[in-house]
Design a protein around this ligand. Structure first.
Ligand code: FAD
Length: 400
């Protein structure tokens, strides 16, 4: 029988994550959004998570085993911390996107190396570098080169928009996963992921992007100039998965991006409902739609959309925990999560009128932050292509 009840463990950890969101995140969200504080790392928050919170939140500990619901737990934490603030969520010292890649494509030895990095006494981050100037959505046309030279791989290229590159490579002893081609004439089959540890010579954080939102999170241009790593730093070592390995990383990354979007959307909806309650307005659930006010219809519609998005995240996460393929469901959750995040936050600004547009409230910030849910980890259009290919049985070449 299917149960939609959260387990006791999830409920407890959700409550704890909510207390962090309310007490440690919300009061500081505006400071780190200010233009002059962009890229400033919320160190107090990072240290608190590292020293205290992750001992209580299983989902923040790499390699912690929670039978049957490890990824589900992660999605609940993701949603709740993003409800506090999306930018702060992106600053969580936990394995994140780079960790996803290592856990998806790495050998047992490489996964153990990742876990070791997360056992130290200083907060640690990972990042993943796929995007390049001429290759964002079409990640199969990567130009960054990896050339075998004796007992090393030598990497050269430029990566753009790398989330947490500064945190992983400069602020901590973290790792970066870089996707590069070992043979440009061989197309996607020659793409491989490489593990680069912080302080490795030949890696430069060339620029930090100024962004519309998520300003607490650093997003960097990374230069690789004769960056030499040992042969066994190719993830999966002699793996032949190549491009498929990169895509498999997204099977867990996309539901997470969707869960973040749902978190920001729920923050908006919760705020709107609080404001309505303060003004003595109650939503008349169960009353025929044609008798509802326009405002009531807006709220009811947003609630329905939000729930639909969350259920898609839950389905994608459940499949991960059952070790079943979830590429289709992962892309579905990502599209819906991105949509509700952008539409609900925009509606929130609209319904609150001028106050919604003012920096006195967080609504305008949530609207700016939310837009990225529809951009990174595959845009809405790209995820629609993934879904269409899966449903109609077309290959990447047949439908692009
Ligand atoms: C805040 C932020 C953080 C990021 N973090 C990372 C990171 O950590 N690591 C990393 O590698 N990258 C990261 N990215 C990059 C992100 O993944 C890319 O921006 C994204 O993949 C889109 O690529 P692009 O910007 O080159 O857009 P393009 O691929 O040029 O797309 C432009 C537009 O064309 C549409 N489009 C493209 N191809 C098709 C098609 N075949 N059919 C229909 N429409 C199409 C797209 O949907 C989009 O609307 C980040 C981006 C941002 C904004």
């Amino acid at each position: 029988m299917i149960s939609f009840e959260n387990s006791k463990l999830i409920q407890e950890q959700q409550q704890y994550a909510e207390s962090i969101a309310r007490e440690k995140i919300r009061p500081n969200a505006r400071y780190y959004d200010d233009y002059e504080h962009e890229h400033e790392l919320p160190w107090d928050f990072a240290r608190f998570i590292w020293d205290t919170a992750r001992k209580k939140l299983d989902s923040l500990m790499p390699g912690s085993v929670v039978p049957d619901e490890s990824f589900m737990l992660q999605m609940h934490t993701t949603e709740m911390i993003s409800w506090g603030d999306f930018g702060f969520f992106m600053c969580l010292p936990w394995p994140a996107l780079g960790g996803n890649a290592i856990n998806t494509a790495g050998t047992e030895e490489q996964k153990a190396r990742l876990r070791d990095r997360f056992q130290g006494d200083k907060p640690t981050w990972t990042c993943m570098a796929l995007t390049e100037a001429h290759c964002g959505s079409d990640s199969s046309s990567i130009r960054t080169r990896a050339v075998k030279d004796g007992d090393s791989w030598v990497l050269n290229g430029e990566k753009l928009f790398v989330t947490s590159a500064k945190k992983a490579m400069i602020e901590s002893d973290g790792v970066m996963v870089v996707w590069a081609t070992i043979d440009p004439s061989a197309g996607r089959s020659a793409i491989r992921p490489f593990l680069i540890e912080s302080k490795t010579p030949g890696v430069t954080i060339a620029k930090l992007e100024n962004k519309l939102g998520l300003r607490a999170s650093d997003t960097a241009v990374v230069l690789l100039e004769d960056c030499r790593v040992p042969l066994d730093n190719m993830l999966g070592s002699h793996m032949t998965k190549g491009f498929k390995g990169a895509m498999a990383t997204f099977d867990t990354a996309r539901p997470a991006a969707a869960a973040s979007g749902v978190g920001v959307a729920r923050a908006t909806l919760d705020f709107l409902k609080e404001q309505l309650a303060l003004n003595g307005i109650t939503i008349r659930y169960g009353v025929p739609r044609n008798l509802l006010s326009s405002l009531e219809r807006d709220i009811v519609d947003m609630e329905a959309q939000l729930r639909a998005a969350w259920l898609l995240v839950v389905k994608a996460a459940w499949l991960v925990d059952q070790c079943k393929p979830n590429t289709l469901e992962s892309s579905m959750s990502k599209i819906k999560g991105g949509e509700v995040a952008t539409k609900i936050t925009q509606k929130g600004v609209e319904l609150m009128g001028a106050m919604g547009y003012s920096r006195r409230l967080l609504l305008e910030k949530w609207m700016r932050d939310a837009k990225v849910s529809d951009l990174f980890e595959g845009t809405g259009q790209i995820n629609r292509l993934v879904i269409a290919r899966r449903i109609l049985g077309y290959s990447n070449k047949e439908l692009k």
